[in-house]
Design a protein around this ligand. Sequence first.
Ligand SMILES: [Zn+2]
Length: 389
Amino acid sequence: MTENAVDPCMVCKSTNFDTMKSVKWIITGLGPQDVHFGVCKDCGHIQQNPLPSMETIEAFYLEYSNYFVLDENYTPPPKAQLFTTKHMLSSANRLMPNKGKLYEIGCGSGIHLHYFKQDGWDVAGCEPSRDTGAQAQKLLGDCISLGFAHECLTGQEKYDVILLSGVLEHVPAPHDLIKIAYDHLKDDGLFICQVPCARQPHLFCPGWLALEHLSYFSTEILTRVLEENGFQAQEVILDDTLSAYPSISAACRKADLYSGPQPKHHNMYSMNKQMIEDHLSIDQQHWSAVESRFQHIDEAYIWAAGVHTAQLFSETNILEKITIKNVIDSSPLKVGHKQGPYEILSKDQFASNYNGEYVIISSHHFELEIAAGLKEMGISEDKIILLYN
Ligand SMILES: [Zn+2]
């Protein structure tokens, strides 16, 4: 643990931070990046500190675009699989039974809005990522604007419901974004804010501390940030059943509708620090187990040029142990770039070069799907190395 007085805390502005983990990750298109995760000693917020530069964040989204759905004939997944959509829809329908005008800040490819529209809501939204926003436009039409909230929500129009789902953890100034939501919400409107929730570290996915998440909100810290910007939570849904990490969805009203006592905010430092320590200990065991999967190999391809590959390179001895031929990725956004010294090949380029080598699958979420695809290509099962299943 080192003192790391750097950027002010995103929540309380303190520069009194405990650095819990520092890594150098080899990021596609960016090269090696120093990333530091810490806990604020004065409020307990968990965040990257110092924050990456805006240039790094922007390059990351252009190169990585984890949030871009690649399928041309894309249709949204069935609602039954969309737990977050269901929680937000349930809160909105119960707390605003007359429905009305709804706006989503950072709507991604428009999946939430698609189901709200189907349910009778008058929907609109904005999305800063051009490719992802274009998909939302294809799904929902010109009610989707391409841009950030401060560029798109410039008029006087106010909404009955504003959604902010899976966004706040990515932004360097969460207070500013919540203020925009407050300003564009009707006085009796409902603001629904959903983020990954830092609780129950045994439920975190491997490599939970990730490049694209600048903040890791616990329940206390999220409600504090909401309250400091004029909101009061009316309903909080915690969901520990999601595959990657728990989630919190807070449905809030403007606080001046309430006449209750002012909220008091506790310093969550000790508790959140302990949670990170627990996570890091679980994560270390995970990477040791991963390392044991490839100790018998001299040469291999790596499938997937993502954050998990950056983590695999940094958390294990793979780079000393194995000669890596190339990295392969199905995203045309990554093919032709490099992850570290390794050129990223498409699936077709890989197929024409392949000569019986091992293939290590580094994707966490799509591991079994990728393995099935490799078998279909005729690659023998003993040459396919899974790291997670
Ligand atoms: Zn703080």
